[in-house]
Design a protein around this ligand. Sequence first.
Ligand code: BES
Ligand code: ZN
Length: 620
Amino acid sequence: MRVLLCLCLLVPLAALAAEPVPRSHDEHSWSEPDKVVIRDLGLDLRVDFDKKEIRGSADLALEWKDPDYRVLVLDTRDLSIDRVLGKRADSGWFRLRWELGPRDPVFGQKLTIRMRKPYESVRIRYRTAPGASGLQWLEPGMTAGGKMPFMFSQSQAIHARSWVPLQDTPSVRYTYSAHVESDPSIMVLMSADNPPQTRRDGDYVFRMNQPIPSYLMAIAAGDLKFKPISTRAGVWAEPPTLEAAVAEFADTERMIQVTESLYGPYRWQRYDLLILPPSFPFGGMENPRLSFITPTVITGDKSLVSLIAHELAHSWSGNLVTNASWKDMWLNEGFTSYVENRIVEEIFGVEQAAMENVISLRDLTDEMAELDDADELLMHAPAPGRDPDDLLTDVAYVKGMWFLRFLEQRIGREPFDVFLRSWFDRHAFQSVTSEQFLAQLREYLASLETAPVSEAELVEWLQRPGMPASAPEAVSQRFAAVDRVRAAWLKGDVVARDVDVSNWITQEWVYFLDGMPDELEGSQLVELDEAFHFTGTRNGEVAMRWYPLAVRSGYFEARPSIAEFLKSIGRRKLIGPIYEALAESEEGLAFARKVFAEASAGYHPITRASFQAVLYPKAD
Ligand code: BES
Ligand code: ZN
């Protein structure tokens, strides 16, 4: 792999820039959008907690790009298809022939529907599997309230196909409506309009009249109540979590206003947050009009609310202007990380934004030390056969963001803001490629008297591994103080309980721990614990750093709290480093497997699969 890549790096710059690899096809979908596309989806579903299934029908309104084509290919994963019907405007429903292809572990099953005429609507009656990769079904005991069950979807990247048969590619956009039935005591929400005053009666209708890609399809059901933050923003959560969430995320409306002033109006009407149970596998998910949010960022001091800035920013970068395939993911995540940091800077100040940048840059550097060169490019060649969940690294997020920071620095903040706004305006409700961004950027640079960025620099940022030498730096004053404290403590010049940490926020604790040696003495860990109470912390960002340090240092006192943490949280980023540290020794691995056996029933299918692979590697 590396050898091949080195060879291709010898290709002259001009050739690389002028002849990009053809990248129009999304290799993660079986569908054929050059032949036919879905324009509207109508769902009629029932959420059945007893069977852990969603069943009903999906009506697809089709636009035939090739009028002679007679085949509709859809993506599915573990769906049971009952029947498929087709309809033309001037006719009734007809049964259509269909077949499911062999099951691919990553991409699922291709559903091929054959027809004699180009039907305008196709209706598929189907049901989901209890283990659907895009859904999690929680017993009441796994929720905050403990009384009612909960279900939620996570469709990105290619899990929508496990609960709706569709063209599961971000290059296709469609509007949708849904009628969803459930037990009357259960509230159902979707990535659509969710009027705050909706009566909880088990019969709900939704409409999303702005075209969205399939990965933004979302549904959640549980004991959910609403509280407003402003007239257009609010929080949905289980009752025990609602007040704390509203207080933590009180700045949401200000965040919307800041982003609007930079990049134009918020175009999705309402912006609500849905607080999920702690087993939610991600920090957040930008489902349109209703971001899904982990409860693990509710710390009481707003120190982790940049997550909200991030998910909100996707309303411009991602939901409005969407990467056409997952290999262009930096167009979603890099742009969003950039916008997120601008929001944080505006609302919480330059120092807070700087601290977050120092931390994410360090994460990127650490990660790149482990990655293949090919995975460090922003614009990478198609990776057929690879699970897009495996492409999820800090490269798209942090390197992507620093590329925009670099452009901002060279072009100047104000003109760059105007440029970025024009990117969002020109491609609103469209799916875009890296080549399109590059073309618009080149056109802009050519319009300037002297180009502030060279072609070679662009190639270096987009098509070379590593971080370019031209990358701006991140510096934080508050972290310089943390560095001094850590160094003095490690030298033995100061004892932990004498350090004044009264004003420290999460980022300072994170940075304090990130800079520790790989292992500490048992007595040092005891001293830190007595002074700062790391073991048993409720702050996941601290736990995900402290527990691996404790594991590597053989600090067994932390083990009961580690087990408890791993059993109560399902967010992959927080528990991953702990499982990985445990898996490094035989004894640790045995402990980890025991905890995993008890915890995994409460994990999301995605979380379960990723740690199964860490604890039971194939070679075993
Ligand atoms: N869209 C992502 C989550 C995602 C990415 C899910 C790829 C599946 C595949 C979301 O916006 C995100 O980036 N979440 C981050 C938080 C963010 C502050 C970096 C997360 O969940 O950690
Ligand atoms: Zn994101």
